[in-house]
Design a protein around this ligand. Structure first.
Ligand code: SAH
Length: 263
């Protein structure tokens, strides 16, 4: 005799969405709260907002600044919240010569520019892991880039007029991370010389990518360019963060999540 067992479809595991600073999440937490059913779990001095937004079950949190903070947060997202993938949104300094303030960089690969255990290990290589460039998940990065392209096509002219920037462009390539706010022409020039294909510099991405690599969790990183990592960087960063970053993050993440919800 056969027994028909009715099984409930397995609930979808949540997506981890994070940024370093609140402005970099745009209206995401508010949208999640409005959607209803959001609960906030405090763990390791961070607030993890668990719920659903734009049709996707998510855990949304702030990593704060730097590689250790980012690695610790991603580790918690993986172990305490069982996320299926991780997306980071934020701002960065432009390094590539064609990368301008207001442009968007979606990373294909990430590297820690301040990691140097030479001569024991090659420069930039994570000791005992044998990797210097961590790849973003190709499908996640492609969908994030697609959301950025749609955002720029639909809102780019308005953004440029409103913020006095040029028409934003979307770049894809290497993002470099280190525990330094890069804010001098000499330092950004040295990074360009050492890593000619670097497009943007920030302080979290490669740490996130390393943890995700070690645990086999897909990840992707999107960065809006807030400054050009030179002597004007601090002022440009502050203005961009307070006035512009949230508009970009909201526009990009809402498009990305609506697409993610149906696939
Ligand atoms: N003064 C700020 C600290 C900003 S650190 C404060 O107290 O809040 C800069 C943040 O933006 C980091 O999270 C980093 O990832 C990103 N970032 C933007 N421009 C950067 C640059 N030129 N160099 C390094 N990180 C940059």
């Amino acid at each position: 005799m056969s027994v028909l067992v009715e099984t409930k479809p397995a609930a979808r595991r949540p997506l981890g969405v994070l940024a370093a600073l609140p402005e970099e999440l745009g209206d995401l937490i508010a949208a999640m709260r409005e959607n209803g059913g959001m609960r906030t779990v405090t763990h390791g001095r961070r607030d993890y907002h668990v719920g659903s937004v734009h049709g996707v079950p998510c855990v949304v949190t702030l990593a704060r600044i730097g590689k250790v903070a980012a690695a610790a947060t991603v580790s918690a997202l993986i172990h305490a919240f069982d996320v299926e993938a991780i997306v980071f949104a934020g701002v960065a300094g432009g390094v590539g010569r064609a990368v301008r303030i207001g442009d968007i960089v979606v990373s294909d690969a990430l590297l820690q520019h301040d990691l140097d255990a030479s001569p024991l290990f090659p420069r930039y290589e994570v000791p005992l892991l044998g990797v210097s460039r961590f790849n973003a998940d190709p499908s996640l990065a492609a969908r994030l880039a697609d959301a950025c392209e749609r955002f720029v096509a639909e809102e780019g002219a308005m953004l440029a007029a409103r913020f006095g920037t040029q028409l934003p462009r979307v770049h894809r390539g290497l993002v470099i991370s280190g525990d330094r706010f890069v804010a001098s022409a000499a330092e950004v020039e040295a990074l360009r010389d050492a890593l000619p294909d670097a497009l943007a510099v920030e302080m979290e991405g490669a740490a996130i990518a390393q943890v995700c690599y070690e645990y086999g969790v897909p990840c992707a990183v999107v960065r809006t360019i807030s400054d050009t990592a030179d002597a004007h960087a601090a002022a440009s960063f502050e203005t961009f963060l307070s006035e512009i970053a949230g508009t970009y993050s909201a526009g990009i993440l809402s498009r990305f999540l609506r697409d993610y919800a149906v696939t």
